[in-house]
Design a protein around this ligand. Structure first.
Ligand SMILES: *Cc1c(COP(=O)(O)O)cnc(C)c1O
Ligand SMILES: [Zn+2]
Length: 425
């Protein structure tokens, strides 16, 4: 059976009214009630020995191809996504007061964020549907990823970004991959509203996370975590939340593993938002069962600077069904966590990713996470995407004459050289 593709049947299903749709039509939300759609596999078809097929393949998104909703595996649009490392963090755990802390470094993906897991499936799907133009609104990483995968597929890419509000590295990526980059004088939520309308009225395929096929690629990170922990499931998964697709995707991944009998336990899902962009955290803390959107979201963590998360319903379900929680953290806590991770573990992440560590620290301090629990924090994107934020906080390296004495003198000086000198903003 190794390498052989077992055909699993799947359809689109509305999470609100349960209406079913053919997965070969271009549709993003339910025609009857307007709610989100989800790809659902007939999991009773999954053979008991599916793991034998998986084991023979490298750790990656496509290792789990039987549970990915494409019918043209041979023509997949891939750059080698997934297979990211799961690092045990001894020094950071000691600092925080935990025993078993792991971080999944999604910054190792081809374009430097987890978005690649979704785009390899989403762009493959676009080709299957015969679409030759794709589009998204983006706080940065979605556009960087879509631009790369569209280039790989040889199709046109259009990205809408909020004017002046995306990290420089991400904008650079979209430009070099040849996307048509349009700056919108508004925030992410407004850009998304526009691109959703345009994709509805034109033959352009929408690849924001409202597209359920993207989340299917993203769910493979949950499969990888189980494999990397040798079949064990962590007690808690801590994830930064913006548009709320990723936390929903992880939960779906774990639920599928559970349904096909590959795991007995399920993790608790913990979402982390930035204080200035925390519609889900604020609403759940108030005990609401709907979400009050945030009009003008603001945070240094630009990747989660989102006030109206499209996938909020899926995320709230994931949090409630898993008996998890959602927490918010300040920009100061985020930047401090970013520095800790870089200096204690050698892992450089962008601010949004550090939100998961900042949230973890807060929850441990509040006694909501026990020191014996196994926790996996998701580090969503690479630090080099947003160097400005770092440069602004740290002192510039000292400069000396080009002599041995001057360098020795600098080494001996009491104050540390650049690294470790922390200036608050
Ligand atoms: C997209 C993104 C997020 C937020 O993910 P959602 O699925 O929108 O909740 C967090 N961190 C980084 C680095 C991202 O690129
Ligand atoms: Zn519906």
């Amino acid at each position: 059976m190794d390498g052989e593709l077992m055909k699993m049947s799947f359809h689109l299903e509305c999470i609100g009214c349960g209406s079913r749709y053919d997965p070969d039509q271009v549709i993003y939300t339910c025609r009857r009630c307007g709610d989100l759609l989800s790809v659902e596999f007939d999991l009773s078809d999954v053979p008991g020995n599916i793991e034998d097929a998986w084991r023979g393949r490298p750790l990656s998104v496509w290792r789990y191809r039987e549970l990915l909703p494409v019918s043209t595996f041979e023509r997949r649009v891939s750059l080698g996504e997934g297979g990211t490392s799961l690092n045990r963090c001894i020094r950071l755990s000691d600092k925080i007061g935990l025993k078993n802390l792991y971080v999944k470094n999604e910054g190792e993906n081809p374009t430097g964020s987890f978005k690649d897991r979704g785009m390899t499936v989403g762009v493959t799907k676009a080709l299957e549907l015969g679409m030759v133009r794709v589009a998204c609104a983006s706080t940065g990483n979605t556009s960087a990823s879509l631009a790369a995968y569209a280039a790989r597929a040889g199709i046109e890419c259009i990205v809408l970004i909020p004017s002046g509000k995306i990290a420089f590295g991400k904008l650079t990526q979209a430009i070099i991959h040849g996307a048509k980059v349009i700056q919108v004088k508004g925030n992410f939520d407004e850009a998304l509203r526009i691109v959703r309308r345009i994709c509805h009225t034109h033959r352009i395929y929408l690849l924001n996370s409202v597209n359920p096929f993207r989340l299917e690629g993203q769910k493979t990170a949950a499969f990888e975590i189980r494999d990397q922990l040798c079949g064990k499931v962590p007690d808690k998964i801590v994830i930064p939340v913006g548009n709320a697709g990723n936390i929903s995707a992880y939960w779906k991944g774990f639920m599928e593993l559970h349904k096909i009998g590959l795991i007995d336990d399920l993790p608790q899902m913990i979402g982390i938002q930035a204080e200035g962009a925390a519609p889900i955290a604020n609403s759940l803390k108030k005990g609401l069962d709907f979400i009050e959107f945030v009009e003008n979201p603001e945070t240094v963590a630009t990747a989660i600077r989102i006030g109206s998360p499209v996938n909020w319903k899926k995320a709230v379900r994931a949090i409630k069904e898993s008996r998890g929680t959602v927490e918010k953290v300040s920009d100061k806590e985020i930047l401090e966590a970013q520095r800790l991770l870089a200096q204690l573990e050698g892992i450089f992440v962008e601010p949004a990713s550090a939100a998961s560590i900042a949230g973890l620290i807060r929850l441990v301090n509040e006694g909501l996470i026990d020191k014996d629990e196994t926790v996996v924090c998701i580090l969503t994107g690479h630090g080099l995407k947003d160097p400005d934020i770092v440069v602004r906080q740290f002192a510039r390296p000292i400069e000396v004459e080009a002599t041995e004495e001057a360098v020795i003198d600098a080494i001996m000086r009491k104050e540390k050289i650049a690294v470790g000198v922390h200036y608050s903003m």
